[in-house]
Design a protein around this ligand. Structure first.
Ligand SMILES: [Mn+2]
Length: 338
């Protein structure tokens, strides 16, 4: 963040504002952690702030401090629309295109507020008045920590803020193992623990929340895994029927894609999940090393994301989708062997 933007932000925040903070649709640990971390910081500064989530988020995040104050746009849309219309500042966190908030998009486009973006995804849109965009960052939570530091208020990070920010750093770095994890990320995490983040408890709340049906679904996913050693690739499929027969609940497949990468010699892992209601196959891509799943997803599957983690979709049936995917691999043989 440059000095001019820091000064402009501080000038805005030194008088009372009506602030709305927005994560992306289907918010993950980083989206909820960063918006709620910023929320507590702004509230402690005496600001009127509200987090509005485009839709509901997983149960494993509902312990987060201040969780009960998050407004769900889907459930409470009139209240949310009023807050957006009256806002003087709107922060958008962990996304950089208004399309990522789906049904909330038109209301943000009409809003008169000053927009501040804090985000670590590639190719940011130009809707924000003040942009703190950095693709080298491990997580938006690490950026919110920096943001508070830029404003000279690192000493105002209390246990609530620390617990929120630690959560997103932990989830977005795959528990501190992804390439984006730097020594600085660890220093920030260490400081957050010093300031009251309960790292053991956070790990337990986020990761040790399996239901029997989710583990059964994982068993099914692992059974379906196809390993293509020549391409250092492993992919998983889950059909609608398999989801239904394992009592699938939203969020149950979170993290399944990563199992492919736990195989020795595999650097590209994919999961294809059938969604009959939307008529699409939802796809998640993960890689280790230099192979850019962001580019792969963008080029072939209407998606994108980061170098090592991306999403996409296909309008073809499940079997055609995976056949198409397999047919693409030959073109990437060299990159996948690197
Ligand atoms: Mn993130």
């Amino acid at each position: 963040m440059n000095l001019k933007d820091i000064e402009a932000t501080e000038a805005l925040l030194s008088s009372p504002q009506k602030i709305v903070i927005v994560p992306h649709k289907n918010p993950d640990g980083d989206a909820i952690g960063s918006t709620m971390g910023l929320y507590h910081y702004l509230k402690n500064r005496g600001q009127d702030a509200t987090v509005i989530s485009p839709n509901d988020y997983p149960k494993f995040l509902k312990w987060i401090p201040g969780n009960e104050h998050i407004v769900n746009f889907e459930k409470d849309s009139n209240h949310a629309k009023q807050l957006i219309a009256e806002a003087t500042i709107i922060f958008t966190l962990d996304f950089n295109h208004l399309g990522r908030i789906d049904q909330m998009q038109p209301y943000l486009q009409e809003a008169k507020a000053t927009f501040i973006m804090i985000d670590h995804h590639q190719a940011p849109g130009d809707y924000a008045d003040i942009m703190y965009s950095d693709v080298s960052m491990s997580s938006t939570c690490e950026m919110v920590y920096n943001f508070i530091e830029f404003l000279g208020h690192r000493d105002q990070i209390n246990a609530d803020i620390a617990n929120c920010l630690y959560t997103g750093i932990m989830t977005d770095t795959g528990s501190f193992k992804f390439l984006s994890t730097t020594s600085r990320t660890h220093r920030v995490a260490a400081d957050l623990i010093d300031k009251g983040a309960n790292n053991t408890l956070i790990h337990n709340k986020v990761f040790d929340t399996n239901t029997p049906s989710r583990l059964h679904l994982l068993g099914c996913a692992l059974k379906n895994m196809v390993i293509m050693e020549d391409y250092h690739t492993a992919f998983i499929t889950l059909s609608q029927e398999e989801l239904d027969s394992n009592n699938y609940k939203k969020g149950d497949t979170e993290g399944f894609v990563n199992y492919g990468l736990t195989l020795d010699g595999i650097c590209f892992a994919v999961i294809f999940i059938e969604n009959k209601e939307d008529g699409i196959i939802k796809i998640s891509f993960r890689s280790e090393g230099d192979f850019s799943v962001n580019e792969f997803a963008k080029k072939h599957f209407q998606g994108g994301g980061h170098t090592n983690a991306a999403g996409g979709k296909s309008d073809m049936p499940l079997e055609e989708t995976t056949a198409y995917f397999v047919s693409l691999l030959e073109n990437y043989k060299e990159q996948l062997n690197a």
